[in-house]
Design a binder for this molecule. Structure first.
Ligand SMILES: [Zn+2]
Length: 254
């Protein structure tokens, strides 16, 4: 981290903090934060403030973005990088927030036969390569409730995945991690999901995770933070890799 940046952050945190009433309201609305101990929660509060000051949160589609809404978005975005640091999100200069699911018109997709289709996509979130994260507020409100859904963790997981420039479901791993162990854990879980879906079986994971490995990683990140104990029970090897990557063990004690 550059000296200037760390000095700026220290100065910000010395002078300012998220108002108690707003922080209390946001924490009360995010059961996913319950497991954080006091000191971790305080660090999250600081990171959340830095996030709000360093990134631009842009309301779109007529949305009025209150301070509590900004804090909720920032806290959900900061949770995955609590032990990694905000610099992981250097690429995210802004977060655009729509009131509800938004339509991306004329999206080009290429199917398995190589045919290009153009159509409108309805999305609850989107992460652009070298660009903003786009979110639907309605989906942000449904995130972090301990119900297995977290659009903010999902989109920011895509950003972490893209840190090495490749959208493949594998972010740059820490030195102490083993690439082979990551690939084995994710590949077998992904292949198993695809197989079950091909057989028409009900799956614990959202079938969307089978779209491609990058979506699998993003969906697993949502569950890792939102329903960690259930996720660990279903996917112990993937859980272990995510715990090593995020340097958090959210199911601990469950
Ligand atoms: Zn996605």
């Amino acid at each position: 981290m550059s000296l200037l940046r760390s000095w700026r952050r220290r100065r910000l945190l010395a002078r300012e903090s998220i108002p108690d009433s707003i922080w209390a309201e946001v924490v009360a609305g995010l059961p996913t934060l319950d497991r954080l101990e006091g000191s971790a929660r305080e660090r999250l509060r600081e990171q959340t403030l830095v996030f709000i000051r360093e990134k631009t949160l842009v309301p779109a589609g007529g949305l009025a973005l209150t301070e509590a809404m900004r804090v909720r978005i920032a806290a959900l975005a900061c949770l995955p990088v609590l032990e990694l640091g905000l610099d992981c999100y250097d690429d995210v200069l802004s977060v655009v927030v729509y009131p509800d699911e938004f339509i991306v018109p004329d999206r080009e997709t290429v199917d398995e036969a190589g045919v290009v289709h153009v159509g409108d996509d309805v999305l609850s979130g989107e992460a652009w390569e070298q660009g903003p994260v786009v979110l639907s507020w309605k989906d942000v409100e449904a995130s972090g409730l301990g119900e297995g859904f977290n659009v903010v963790a999902h989109e920011f997981a895509h950003k972490l995945d893209l840190l090495d420039g490749v959208f493949d479901g594998m972010p740059p791993l820490h030195r102490e991690m083993r690439t082979g162990a990551w690939i084995t854990a994710f590949q077998s879980a992904y292949d198993d999901l695809v197989r079950r879906l091909e057989r028409g079986q009900e799956t614990w994971l959202d079938p969307y995770a089978a779209e491609e490995p990058a979506e699998f990683f993003a969906v697993c990140t949502e569950l890792f933070f939102d329903v960690p104990a259930e996720f660990r029970a279903e996917y112990p090897a993937v859980y272990a890799q995510l715990a090593a990557f995020f340097r958090q063990d959210p199911a601990q004690g469950d």
